[in-house]
Ligand binder design. Structure first.
Ligand SMILES: Cc1cc2nc3c(=O)[nH]c(=O)nc-3n(C[C@H](O)[C@H](O)[C@H](O)COP(=O)(O)OP(=O)(O)OC[C@H]3O[C@@H](n4cnc5c(N)ncnc54)[C@H](O)[C@@H]3O)c2cc1C
Length: 411
């Protein structure tokens, strides 16, 4: 047991060397954990996923350029790795993990940080050659290799990944059609007005927008045809489906752990099995009253939950978390959003700049903000939210009022 731990985590085996798993390992060491730590991942190395949709057509796009750690750093931290190895079974009683090469890795504590896989569509033709998804480096290379100048690409799903891909594809010279069932995708994440503003940027950059539900995909001569449920037919050389993820929870499920659209964890990242914890995109918090929170599927949330799970594994108080934050890049602009921009409250728009900023105010407090190319504003908004500083609608709407000044005045 380390000086700072309230629980002897012993040998820690982390399944999933993505951001959550790696952050957990790093944080365990930062907290003084001295026993062996092993990271297992089916991929040949740990890498970052956000650049997959943003940088896939850049000349220097390589798995090495996506790495968020180095072999030297892993050695310095004394973190063992078993890359290119898939965990096939978890024995929660023994806390051991079986691998696809037949070996069994003994542990005292297991962290499941297995992330998610791209959801596919339950429609005819979803598995035809030429239909892609994007979650891994190999997926990105598959898309990159299939797209040339003038390739006709239909992207199904205009959420964060679909929208970023559409942007990267038009920049590459492809002819892009973006299909989504709703006219302003992302409204739950950034509010209706910002969602509309972002979506109209696609058309301005030459992306064809189609509102409709995809009913099927067929092969027609040398290309694919995507059928929309109102009968429209879209010809494509390449189809990319970006409709969200499914949590990789089968190891947990097969081991008898509680799973419900994610591996269920408590506030200390404990699953329903002693000695087994979970973090990152795969994990879903269950409150003490049994209610389930939404799974988080953003980069910073994965990093923080990995770090926080280290506290949980060591039996330490998990540090409190502030408002959730994410970013997205498309058509040459950088979006950031913090907190919530849907649900109860009054939506306030700050106009005047090249792009609007939006705020949600509830009970006199700021609860969410989103802005384009203005990370200072979002950073200040985040502090106002976390510190529960009262704000007025007129200050939020007025683009001459600095949020940093409001923050300073409240201190
Ligand atoms: C294309 C793309 C763009 C994104 N852009 C943004 C963005 O702009 N902003 C933002 O906030 N977020 C973005 N995200 C989301 C962010 O990258 C994820 O939230 C984050 O990667 C989640 O980290 P994780 O460690 O929980 O899961 P993952 O990154 O999925 O890592 C899980 C790891 O577990 C491994 N694994 C799974 N099962 C097994 C097994 N049985 N055995 C061994 N290994 C296993 C997998 O190989 C994988 O490496 C993006 C994601 C994608 C895919």
């Amino acid at each position: 047991m380390t000086a700072r731990s309230g629980r002897d985590a012993g040998r820690v085996v982390i399944i999933g060397g993505g951001l959550a798993g790696y952050s957990a390992a790093e944080q365990l060491r930062a907290l003084g954990h001295e026993a062996p730590i092993t990271l297992i991942d089916a991929e040949p190395t740990s890498y970052d996923r956000p650049p997959l949709s943003k940088r896939l057509f850049e000349d220097d796009f390589s798995v090495a350029s996506l790495a968020f750690t180095t072999p030297e750093r892993l050695t310095d931290l004394d973190i063992g790795t078993l890359f290119s190895r898939r965990a096939t079974a978890l024995d929660p009683g023994a806390a051991s993990v079986a691998l696809d090469d037949g070996t069994v890795v003994a542990a005292d504590t297991v962290l499941l940080a297995t992330g998610g896989r791209a959801r596919t569509l339950p429609i005819p033709g979803a598995d035809l050659p030429g239909v892609h998804v994007l979650r891994s480096f190999a997926d990105a290379i598959g898309i990159r290799d299939a797209v040339r100048n003038d390739t006709r690409v239909v992207v199904i799903g205009a959420g964060l990944i679909g929208a970023e891909l559409a942007s990267s594809l038009v920049r590459r010279g492809a002819t892009v059609t973006l299909v989504d069932p709703v006219a302003a995708p992302l409204a739950p994440a950034v509010g209706e007005l910002m969602a509309e503003h972002l979506h109209t940027m696609h058309a301005a950059h030459g992306v064809d927008l189609v509102v409709g539900i995809t009913a099927g995909i067929e092969t027609a001569d040398d290309h694919l045809t995507v059928t929309i449920d109102d009968g429209r037919m879209l010809d494509a050389d390449v189809v990319i489906v970006g409709v969200g993820i499914i949590p990789n929870s089968s190891l947990a499920e097969d081991a008898g752990l509680d799973v419900d659209n994610g591996i269920l964890i408590d506030s200390r990242f404990r699953t329903s099995a002693n000695r087994v914890f979970a973090a990152g995109d795969v994990a879903r918090h269950r409150a003490e009253d049994g209610s389930l929170r939404r799974r988080e599927e953003h980069w910073e949330a994965a990093q923080l939950s990995g770090r926080e799970s280290a506290y949980g594994m060591l039996g330490l108080e998990v540090p409190p978390r502030g408002a959730a934050w994410f970013w997205s890049d498309r058509h040459g602009v950088h979006l950031e959003a913090v907190g919530r921009l849907s649900g109860p409250g009054e939506l306030i728009v700050r106009a005047g700049g090249a792009h609007p900023a939006v705020f949600l105010r509830d009970g006199g407090l700021l609860v969410g903000a989103a802005a384009i190319d203005d990370n200072n504003l979002v950073r200040a908004a985040r502090r106002l939210i976390d510190l529960r500083v009262p704000v007025t609608p007129s200050d939020l709407a007025d683009d001459t009022v600095s949020l940093r000044a409001l923050l300073k005045a409240a201190r």
